[in-house]
Design a protein around this ligand. Sequence first.
Ligand code: ZN
Length: 167
Amino acid sequence: MSEARLLSLVEALRVLPGVGVKSAQRMAFHLLQHDRDGALRLAAALDGAVHDVRHCERCHTFTEHRLCDVCADPERDAGVLCIVETPADQSALERTGSYKGLYFVLMGRLSLATSFTAEGEATAHVIGEALKARGLTVSRLARGVPAGSELEYVDLSTIAHALADRR
Ligand code: ZN
């Protein structure tokens, strides 16, 4: 009996962040032993997403269309732009329901609701100076978002307050 398929599944699962050999093996065994339907759904979802999801032409977040839902929404306030590091940060802000402007998603740091990490601070500083030089008003999320924290892991009410008190 060849185990090439099994080895290749374990190897493939290791592309996930934070997944080592042991975790990948556990996932592979679980899927094969207990949830083959789930495994097929996962395979189909991955295939579909990889082929159909691309970057919004305006804000760079993930979308299946030329423009994402936020950019395509005429009700959004085009006079306010929130710069975030990742689509996960954008989702965190969207879940608060308290921000009605547009976004620009950096898709990484140095690549301005940037996270309060050292790289986030540096990125925010560079962007802030560039925007101020163009005569734009620049504000950052108020503190209250814990220093060194990634926005996607901060609770919704904290983000909503930080948005309301930004400066
Ligand atoms: Zn967009």
